[in-house]
Ligand binder design. Structure first.
Ligand code: F6R
Length: 305
């Protein structure tokens, strides 16, 4: 079987989108796979029964990647969604010795204006929820600095650091109700790089739960761009809860549009989406996703692995 027909088989079996999109994605993936030498070709949707299972499944996926490549470069997200995933990773580290000593990590974003030790900063979040519980080398931790004097210069520097380490191997993402990944709000360019972004009204309202007063909620953030995210070798997006159901249906089964920036992931060559059943409740092709997931052995048999 030639490489091209193998890709076609995989694309046909895995790609859970309509025909037109499948063609676009296939062309796009083929280019990316050829350039990178072949990393696979999937957009796999896993629907779990609840938040705990979503956290376990996603942590297992991350742990497998760390075991596969000890000096992996991770892209990490904050927010409510990954708290359980990070807890599970800490557990795997403590109980099974998962080694983070060579891992490098780049966080997606940080509120502009917040000092790293501010209790609402993403820097604080990451240390509290993950880093202080594992054996990561602090020198390998990169998080945008919210109170930096020259944020624009900082954004350029941040992109350079990602390039220097050879790019992100596995990007972990949550999703906002307006479809943002990182803080790439509706209308963000798919070519965007790390930059300062004004937060959307809905995002400000959603984030208000962490602050004492509405006036304290930051209006701006430093965020990695969609272009940067799309260059990651693999992507893992997690989402839970009924309030994410609409946006999950839109980004997985709707058109690719900068109005839902997560929909850009349809154009990526390797995406795992892990949802709980509430977040998946408005998907139309659930049966198909479950079938594909449960019948991977048939696909492997088909392509002779
Ligand atoms: C945070 C980030 C955001 C969140 C999103 C969902 O680093 O990148 O895109 O993932 O706002 O937040 P939660 O998980 O709190 O619903």
């Amino acid at each position: 079987m030639t490489q091209d027909s193998r890709l076609k088989t995989l694309d046909y079996l895995y790609c859970a989108v309509d025909k037109q999109k499948r063609i676009t994605i296939f062309n796009n993936r083929k280019l990316k796979i050829r350039k990178k030498g072949g990393v696979g070709n999937i957009m796999e949707i896993t629907i779990t029964s609840n938040y705990d299972e979503m956290s376990k499944v996603s942590a297992q996926l991350i742990a497998q990647e760390i075991q596969r490549k000890h000096d992996i470069v991770l892209g990490l997200a904050t927010g409510d969604t990954p708290v359980g995933t990070y807890k599970e990773l800490v557990k795997i580290h403590k109980e099974e010795g998962l080694d983070f000593s060579k891992v490098k990590s780049f966080n997606l974003d940080e509120y502009l204006g917040l000092a790293p030790l501010h209790k609402n900063s993403y820097n604080y979040f990451m240390w509290e929820n993950l880093f202080k519980h594992i054996n990561i080398n602090p020198e390998n931790v990169y998080i945008p600095q919210g109170n930096i004097k020259d944020p624009e210069q900082f954004c350029i520097w941040y992109e350079e650091q990602i390039k220097k380490v050879g790019g992100i191997d596995l990007q972990v993402l949550g999703i906002g109700r307006d479809g943002h990944i990182g803080f790439n709000e509706p209308g963000s360019s798919f070519a965007s790089r790390t930059r300062i972004k004004a937060l959307y009204k809905q995002t400000i309202e959603d984030n208000a739960r962490f602050f004492d007063k509405m006036e304290d909620v930051p209006r701006f953030a430093i965020t990695i761009g969609i272009g940067t995210i799309m260059e990651a070798e693999k992507i893992l997006l997690i989402a839970n809860g009924k309030n994410k159901a609409d946006v999950c249906a839109k980004f997985i089964e709707g058109p690719v549009t900068s109005q839902i920036t997560a929909s850009a992931l349809q154009l990526h060559s390797y995406v795992n989406v892990v949802l709980d059943k509430d977040a998946a409740s408005k998907l139309k092709r659930t049966e198909y996703y479950n079938w594909v997931r449960d019948n991977k052995h048939l696909i492997q048999k088909e392509i002779g692995r």
